[in-house]
Design a protein. Structure first.
Length: 212
């Protein structure tokens, strides 16, 4: 396959899935060799086996990293610290795209970012919303679920001092009725205690902010 023909087929795609590209091809070996050569020459960027991006100079579509996160491991959604950043619950940016998945955990390091996947059981895979940017679908935990995922997966005993170190903010974005409803679904006394600590800390912060 020549580069011009290849670009005609994939230029409008945000991500190139080689399995889809090779579907129906009688002998895929030469195409795989060509993909490897284009990676070595910088025309393609390999994200993981069978998943590629066009080099920036060839792209017609701007990539949306949360969409990439959903493609690299399915099913998954962005949660924990990266969701905190997205919802403004912490003041700083987070360089790693932290996600949860029902599949094996693992970290995928790519030229466009690092994607860290944490395993969660099927019964807790919920509490996320879908977003579409440039026709690219992504999944991100709502603020309440992101908090609960964080403390559940970290297995921490939390107090106000720890929340202070996290620099949690914008508590108005947290629906505390929903937070408690979600916490009950975890069926974990530890998670229920976390919610009480967060509520107490949020109340304290609101009182302090009123006096500023």
């Amino acid at each position: 396959m020549k580069l011009e023909e290849f670009l005609k087929r994939v230029r409008g795609l945000p991500v190139i899935d080689a399995e889809n590209l090779l579907a129906g091809v009688t002998n895929p070996a030469p195409v795989k060799v060509q993909l490897s050569r284009w990676c070595k020459s910088g025309k393609l960027i390999k994200l993981k086996n069978n998943i590629y991006l066009l080099a920036e100079s060839f792209r017609k579509v701007d990539i949306y990293e949360p969409y990439i996160a959903s493609v690299l491991k399915k099913p998954s959604y962005i949660s924990l610290q990266k969701a905190f950043e997205y919802h403004g619950l912490i003041p700083e940016g987070v360089p790693v795209y932290t996600c949860v998945t029902t599949k094996r955990p693992g970290k995928i390091i790519t030229p466009i970012g690092t994607f860290d996947y944490r395993h969660i059981k099927n019964s807790l895979f919920w509490g996320y919303d879908s977003f579409t940017v440039n026709k690219q679908l992504a999944f991100i935990a709502c603020p309440e679920k992101a908090l609960l995922d964080f403390f559940y997966l970290k297995g921490l005993r939390v107090d106000g001092g720890y929340l202070e170190e996290m620099r949690l903010q914008n508590f108005r974005k947290i629906n505390f009725s929903r937070l408690m409803e979600y916490a009950r679904k975890f069926q974990s006394p530890g998670i229920l205690r976390v919610v009480q600590v967060i509520k107490k800390y949020a109340t304290k912060r609101k009182i302090e902010e009123k006096h500023l």
